[in-house]
Design a protein around this ligand. Structure first.
Ligand SMILES: NC(=O)c1ccc[n+]([C@@H]2O[C@H](COP(=O)([O-])OP(=O)(O)OC[C@H]3O[C@@H](n4cnc5c(N)ncnc54)[C@H](OP(=O)(O)O)[C@@H]3O)[C@@H](O)[C@H]2O)c1
Length: 296
């Protein structure tokens, strides 16, 4: 039986992918990779072997990938040397005898003018390396996470409204839990070799749609107000975000407003075998007051 290793076991997507794998294959065929295995102790308690590995430590990765057939490469943090880390992981996997790598680039339309710093070029770099590696691969392209909406619209939209720079573009956000479930499907089924999926959620929503959804959920008007880029950054900074991080969030919001993630493929629904969670369902679960929840 195929042995599958998932990197980023201490993080959100890696952990969730391993949890979904556990529902599909016996624990002794699943391995997690973490810089600090102690941060994945919950997975070890589930019977998953956790190996220590750092994307910067090539030889350590070669050892960690020993006996593994498929690797899910969870993309590393922005604002680090992402190319070196991802390239090390691909080369080490190949040297260890891994035959298939699944990678999660952010959806990028080839004709789009939007380039996310620290994201777009680094993802294209991985795609090139994978295609040149001779390994089989699957690209499970991600839209922005539904979980990001909270960060995009600032700290307290129910009180202050949705305050974002002007734009009418929409994004097909998807939640981490379902993206991870789709990863587990791709990792455990045959037929996904050298394929790319764009895992859009559905329906795509704009920031004004989000304000309307929050109004419906809370039962009181949540206004949508456009602000300048400078005001947007100042709002995020006053909510506690460091300025460089606020600038990074702004780039994603510009991407949403430009319609970068407005597509629809049905890939996520096909892999899950059901409709993905909608923004309204997700926001209701995260913003609804107890009174509103008991009404539904
Ligand atoms: N689609 C989106 O909207 C979106 C939004 C944000 C980020 N992302 C991308 O998606 C990735 C996964 O998201 P997430 O929420 O799961 O992030 P996360 O919780 O921060 O997980 C990132 C994982 O990468 C690991 N990592 C970082 N540097 C490493 C290294 N040098 N060697 C080995 N492992 C390393 C981290 O390990 P430690 O626990 O040791 O740090 C962590 O387990 C992010 O890293 C980012 O590239 C996507």
């Amino acid at each position: 039986m195929t042995r599958i290793l998932v990197t980023g076991a201490s993080g959100n997507i890696g952990r969730l992918t391993l949890k979904h794998l556990l529902k599909r294959v016996p624990a002794n065929y699943i391995v997690g990779l973490a810089r600090d295995p102690g941060k994945a102790a919950d997975l070890a308690a589930d019977g998953i072997e956790i190996r220590k590995g750092d994307y910067f430590d090539y030889e350590g990765l070669v050892r960690a990938f020993e006996g593994i057939d498929k690797v899910m490469l969870v993309s590393t943090h922005a604002f680090t040397d992402r190319n070196t880390q991802h390239e090390n992981a691909i080369n080490a996997a190949k040297q260890s005898g891994v035959t298939h790598i699944v990678y999660m680039p952010i959806i990028h339309n080839a004709d789009s003018a939007i380039k996310l710093p620290q994201v777009t070029d680094e993802d294209l770099f991985v795609e090139e390396k994978l295609k040149a590696s001779g390994l089989t691969y699957t690209l499970v392209r991600h839209p922005p996470f539904l979980e990001n909406i909270q960060g995009y619209v600032g700290g307290d939209p129910l009180q202050k409204g949705v305050l974002t720079p002007a734009g009418t573009g929409k994004a097909g956000y998807a939640c981490r839990e379902e993206l991870a479930e789709a990863h587990a499907v791709v990792l455990t089924e045959a037929g996904h070799e050298n394929k790319s999926y764009s895992l859009y959620g559905d329906p795509a929503v704009s920031f004004s749609n989000i304000a309307q959804i929050l109004s419906d959920i809370s039962g009181k008007p949540v206004p949508f107000k456009t602000v300048s880029d400078q005001e947007y950054i100042a709002n995020l900074v006053s909510a506690g975000l460091p300025e460089p991080a606020a600038g990074f969030v702004l780039m994603w919001v510009h991407g949403v407003n430009a319609g970068e993630w407005e597509g629809k493929t049905g890939d996520l629904e096909k892999l899950l075998g059901r409709k993905p969670t909608t923004p309204a369902q997700f926001l209701r679960a995260n913003y609804a007051s107890p009174e509103v929840e008991t009404e539904s």
